[in-house]
Design a protein around this ligand. Structure first.
Ligand code: HEC
Ligand code: HEC
Ligand code: HEC
Length: 392
């Protein structure tokens, strides 16, 4: 069942495109943006020779044309699959993950072999340039065996049957050939890539590739599907302009994708977004001064002016997730009706929070709760008098 779904996803928008594997491969190589790295400035496309900057030093992306001596002419299909999926050359040498094989390992055999079929149609060019200018100990390729063991989990793409076909197609493109996380994910120690779906923002060649998650300020929370499609198709959408490495990605890759695939990518990016943002978004604080005054008068004796509370007696409100929870219902209840901490063996009766509903009107409760949800570094949406009235 999952295998079938994966096959449908891989084929999802293929029917509008070409028939021969080589034609399909040309398109898939565009998704993978192989040309960006594997072409020297001003050189023949795919003939290699470009030095890619990495935090460890420069590394040359080699020749992918079918030249027998310096390119892929003598490689078998199995050699090609092993290189792109496992990072292993035919002679057993390990490739550095500067070639995003960590992502390509998710790509189906048929798609990788289509890329190979396309590369085989290119005119052979002799260009033996290869190698890395890494410093010790990163210059020792055999050590990559440890890197692979630590950081590399080759895993085929698994479709999510709970999501639409288009979403799955987007996931397959972003997490696989598109290798968006190679720039948009933060690299860990020794350049380890994050999980393929982690797109929280990362550094690349002196640029910052922003968070592609749902955060309304840092991420794409405020972007519509059309905004994303337009950006990927043209490099600008009135909100942002693609520059630096993303300009290259747009030019060589995303601007050449079908509208169906761009829509799939946009759907995946939007629907993968964390759903919690509206409550967490900071908002202007109404009655800030009034809330602070009520707090000083009615709460600070126990919870302290700085919200730190008293260990074992009065809970800490600063940094408390209860205080910042998305829905303020619990807070309203505690202030209106009081409460009692769980009685434990160590504190059998438990100190009590007094009911203050008789003392404070709705607007005052709303103001003091809004205050504690925004003071001392807390960040949560304000509480309305209306919500307090409902809680009475
Ligand atoms: C971000 C840059 C980058 C992208 C994108 C990229 N590569 Fe690479 N590739 C490299 C680098 C750098 C190396 C050399 C790695 C090494 O020497 O260890 C490499 C090595 C390879 C090799 C091994 C060749 C040899 O002779 O050792 C193959 C095959 C390959 N890439 C194919 C591809 C294909 C196909 C794509 C697109 C689907 C692609 N690469 C996309 C940077 C890239
Ligand atoms: C080679 C590195 C690289 C790759 C690969 C890459 N990006 Fe980017 N991306 C960037 C950088 C850098 C920026 C910021 C560009 C700027 O500030 O002009 C960016 C910006 C973006 C933005 C605009 C975000 C904003 O808040 O302004 C979107 C959307 C985006 N990329 C989507 C993608 C998708 C989808 C993929 C995969 C198909 C992808 N990128 C692959 C480097 C990359
Ligand atoms: C007499 C001391 C006292 C006063 C005054 C007091 N509290 Fe409390 N508060 C407590 C105690 C004890 C608890 C823990 C037991 C409980 O849940 O009722 C508590 C619990 C809370 C909680 C739940 C915290 C959590 O982590 O679950 C909130 C929120 C709270 N108080 C807010 C307030 C506010 C706002 C005021 C002023 C309007 C206030 N308290 C006044 C003693 C007090």
């Amino acid at each position: 069942m999952l295998g079938l779904l994966a096959a449908l996803v891989a084929a999802a928008s293929d029917e509008t495109r070409a028939e021969t594997p080589a034609e399909r491969g040309r398109y898939l190589a565009t998704v993978g943006d192989c040309v960006a790295c594997h072409t020297a400035p001003g050189g023949t496309p795919f003939a290699g020779g470009r030095a890619i900057e990495t935090p460890f030093g420069p590394i040359i992306a080699p020749n992918l044309t079918p030249d027998r001596a310096s390119g892929l002419g003598a490689w078998s299909d199995a050699d090609f699959l092993r290189a792109l999926r496992r990072g292993l050359r035919p002679d057993g040498a390990r490739l550095y993950p500067a070639c995003p094989y960590v992502y390509f390992s998710a790509v189906r055999d048929e798609d990788l072999l289509a890329i190979r079929a396309f590369l085989a149609t290119l005119t052979p060019v002799a260009n033996p340039a290869r190698g890395a200018g890494f410093g010790f100990p990163f210059n020792l390729r055999p050590l990559m065996v440890f890197w692979d063991a630590l950081y590399f989990r080759p895993a085929p793409f698994v479709a999510d049957p709970g999501r639409s076909m288009a979403w799955n197609r987007g996931a397959y493109l972003v997490e696989g050939l598109g290798h968006c996380g190679a720039c948009h994910g933060a690299k860990g120690a020794l350049g380890a890539d994050p999980e393929p779906g982690v797109l929280g923002g990362g550094r690349v060649r002196g640029w910052f590739a922003p968070d592609l998650g749902g955060d309304p300020r840092a991420g794409l929370g405020g972007w519509s599907l059309d905004d994303i499609e337009r950006y990927l198709a043209t490099g600008s959408n009135g909100r942002a302009l693609a520059a630096g490495p993303m300009a290259e990605v747009v030019e060589n890759s995303t601007a050449r994708l079908t509208m169906a695939d761009l829509r799939a990518i946009a759907l995946y990016l939007k629907q993968d977004a964390p759903l919690s943002q509206p409550a967490a978004a900071p908002s202007p604080v109404p009655n800030g001064r009034i809330g602070a005054a009520i707090y000083a008068d009615a709460c600070a004796a126990c919870h302290r002016a700085n919200g730190e509370g008293v260990p074992g007696l009065f809970p800490r409100l600063a940094g408390s997730s209860a205080v910042q929870s998305a829905r303020p219902d619990t807070l309203i209840t505690v202030v209106l009706h009081g409460g009692r901490a769980a009685a434990t063996g160590a504190a059998p009766t438990g100190p009590a929070m007094p009911a203050l509903g008789w003392r404070l009107d709705d607007a005052s409760v709303a103001a003091v709760l809004t205050y504690i949800r925004s003071a001392w570094g807390n960040e949560a949406a304000p509480v309305s008098s209306e919500a307090v009235r409902r809680g009475r």
